[in-house]
Design a protein around this ligand. Structure first.
Ligand SMILES: Nc1ncnc2c1ncn2[C@@H]1O[C@H](COP(=O)(O)OP(=O)(O)OP(=O)(O)O)[C@@H](O)[C@H]1O
Length: 380
């Protein structure tokens, strides 16, 4: 346990005592809904006394434990001092129905809304986002925390050009080295090491199905209980997600629908990694590998639109082996150069311009990217 994670626990215990009961309308003027997630909603408000805009994150009390609320609040308040992390503003209270805390408000939406399907966003913008996220993640990792939920919906925009973005939603944050139950979910953002949990889940479902067919209501005496897979929280999961996010921003697609060994696109990528590893130096230090991989065997098909520089970046962040995966700071070495090959950049720019013109002439469709629509496009 680092000093920071110990302090966070202490702050949670202390702040229980200072939680007041307030009515939101007595202190804030509600402007609009900023967004909704699985845990609650986020409102843009103006503080009545100071006139400052802020975001109120509201968690229904019925489905939120006070301790998990205080953990997210205190983490954001005490440890998110990096400019690309969303900081809490020192106001936390309860209403009869909700636990609520105030946070810096980003007024230009989140990254999810600016990624144009099949087109992505302009390369300069991608590099600006990546460089800021590298700093934000390095800050959290340095304190001994892992974000564990890096995705476009959790990156908030302070301006439309992404010159200033903020990583938010600290509900999944855990201390490095803490033990958590591994969960596999069908997404490119889920790191490949989580697949052990997929096997268990599949077997469990199969057994439950058989049990049902036999007419047993589940939980029969002979039923084998599957062991949960427990893993140690590691910063490499954020680096994997940063690699996938970079790909999504550059192309408006995902490299594979899910990181599973029976997914064809992912398998091809893994083969490429194996072939490039076997022909690289015997060094196992990520830093040593970064410089040389651009000249390795031809990239997996879904990476062929990238320059050798970008391929090396992906190869570093998306190493299937967590132990060999690069760190956020490693990505900084790849900024400044070109990431998309010339012909691909021209194609995407043309496409972007076409959509801009279409939008200006009245059509709204196609303007906003939905990641769900994009999933699976790597299957080509
Ligand atoms: N500080 C903020 N400023 C601007 N918009 C925000 C802010 N916090 C959240 N939002 C918006 O609200 C949405 C939901 O917020 P958030 O991800 O924090 O909620 P959640 O319930 O924890 O979500 P999840 O389902 O991902 O766990 C975000 O995607 C974003 O669009």
């Amino acid at each position: 346990m680092t000093a920071a994670t110990k302090l966070l626990d202490e702050l949670c215990h202390l702040s229980v005592q200072s939680m007041t009961s307030l009515e939101t309308e007595d202190h804030f003027r509600v402007v609009k809904l900023l967004g909704e997630g699985s845990y609650g909603k986020v409102m843009l408000v103006v503080h009545k006394k100071t006139g400052s805009p802020m975001a109120l994150k509201c968690f229904p009390r019925g489905s939120t434990s006070l301790f998990s609320f205080l953990r997210e609040y205190n983490l954001s308040l005490a440890f998110c001092s990096h400019p690309s992390l969303t900081r809490a503003l020192g106001i936390a209270y309860r209403t009869p129905t909700h636990y609520i805390f105030a946070q810096q408000a980003a007024l230009h939406g989140d990254l999810y809304d600016v990624i144009v399907p099949e087109v992505g966003v302009e390369e300069g913008c991608v590099q600006r986002v990546v460089s800021q996220l590298c700093g934000a993640l390095a800050h959290l990792h340095g304190l001994g925390f892992v974000h564990r939920d890096l995705k476009p919906e959790n990156i908030f925009l302070c301006d439309p050009a992404c010159s200033w973005v903020k990583l938010g939603d600290f509900g999944m944050v855990k201390a490095v080295g803490s033990r958590v139950q591994e969960v596999w979910y069908s997404s490119a953002y889920c790191p490949p090491e989580a697949e052990v949990a997929r096997g268990n889940r599949a077997r469990q479902e199969e057994e439950e199905e058989k049990e049902k067919e036999k007419g047993g209501g589940g939980g029969g005496a002979g039923k084998e209980k599957k062991e949960a897979v427990w893993v140690s929280v590691d910063p490499s999961v954020d680096c994997w997600a940063l690699g996938i996010l970079t790909y999504a921003l550059l192309t408006g697609t995902l490299p594979w629908a899910e990181t599973a060994s029976d997914n064809r696109s992912y398998r091809r990528y893994r083969d490429w990694v194996s072939s490039s590893s076997s022909s690289s130096s015997s060094s196992s230090e990520p830093g040593d590998r970064l410089d040389v991989l651009g000249s390795r065997p031809p990239a997996a098909p879904q990476f062929s639109c990238f320059t050798p520089l970008a391929c090396s970046l992906f190869r570093a962040l998306l190493d299937p082996q967590p132990r060999l995966r690069g760190r956020p700071g490693d990505a900084l070495a790849f900024l400044g150069g070109e990431w998309l090959r010339g012909e691909e950049r021209s194609r995407l720019e043309e496409e972007r311009e076409k959509r801009r013109r279409r939008r200006r002439s009245g059509g709204k469709k196609g303007a906003l990217g939905k990641m769900k629509e994009m999933e699976g496009r790597g299957e080509r």
